[in-house]
Design a protein. Structure first.
Lengths: 111, 117
């Protein structure tokens, strides 16, 4: 069974602190996606990681992919309140069709 | 390009009624997906189309659910004889298959929130 597991599921951070969200997946897929969702809103694409060792950065967020370990990380640097949201990782499995999501990490950044 | 749009945004219905949702994908995208998301969970895949062909359906898609994409453009998702357990956010996404790489990213619409009383 395809599984995508994120941890932690809940994360409360103080501003200016750093933290990492982990995403483990079960397939041999070499592509991994990160999305952001604000309360009551839809999903916004953040990163697409397409190969082993891929690293992408946008502002205070950096995502990486290790396909051998079937692990992706989303690192938050010097958090700010605007980053408060739920972050999902997802992978498309070997068939590159349907997308399987993790349960999400609900991030709250407090002043 | 206005992105993926969905209609209605909210729907309240009584148990046993039928409901239909519409999704308009990004115009050049040939793939269209339906997902369901319940509170506190990640989206769950329901079905997807490539052009007008429905290529895959999840086991979550019971026989009360039907989806169509008649001309390979917009899609509809119908739920017959709704049950309280159908209450969820129904998300539509689209992508372009064939470009490879980031071109196959799925872009999501705003969702239709369904409440079955």
């Amino acid at each position: 069974e395809l599984k995508v597991e994120q941890n932690p599921l809940f994360l409360s951070m103080q501003e200016e602190k750093n933290y990492t969200i982990y995403c483990n997946y079960s397939t041999t897929s070499d592509r991994l996606y990160w999305y952001r969702q604000d309360p009551g809103k839809s999903l916004e694409s953040l990163f697409v990681l397409l190969s082993n060792g891929a690293v992408k950065q946008e502002g205070r967020l950096m995502a990486s992919l290790d396909t051998k370990a079937r692990l992706s990380t989303l690192h938050i640097t010097a958090a700010v309140h605007d980053l408060s949201a739920t972050y999902f990782c997802a992978e498309t499995g070997d068939n590159n069709n349907d997308m399987r999501f993790g349960a999400g990490t609900r991030l709250t950044v407090k002043p | 390009d206005t992105g993926v749009s969905q209609d209605p945004r909210h729907k309240i219905t009584k148990r046993g009624q039928n409901v239909t949702f519409r999704c308009d994908p990004i115009s050049e995208h040939n793939r269209l997906y339906w997902y369901r998301q319940t509170l506190g969970q990640g989206p769950e895949f329901l079905t997807y189309f490539q052009n007008e062909a429905q290529l895959e359906k999840s086991r979550l898609l019971s026989d009360r659910f039907s989806a169509e994409r008649p001309k390979g453009s917009f899609s509809t998702l119908e739920i017959q004889r709704t049950e309280q357990g159908d209450s969820a956010m129904y998300l539509c996404a689209s992508s372009f298959s064939g470009q490879g790489g980031e071109g196959e990213t799925q872009y999501f619409g705003p969702g239709t929130r369904l409440l079955v009383l």
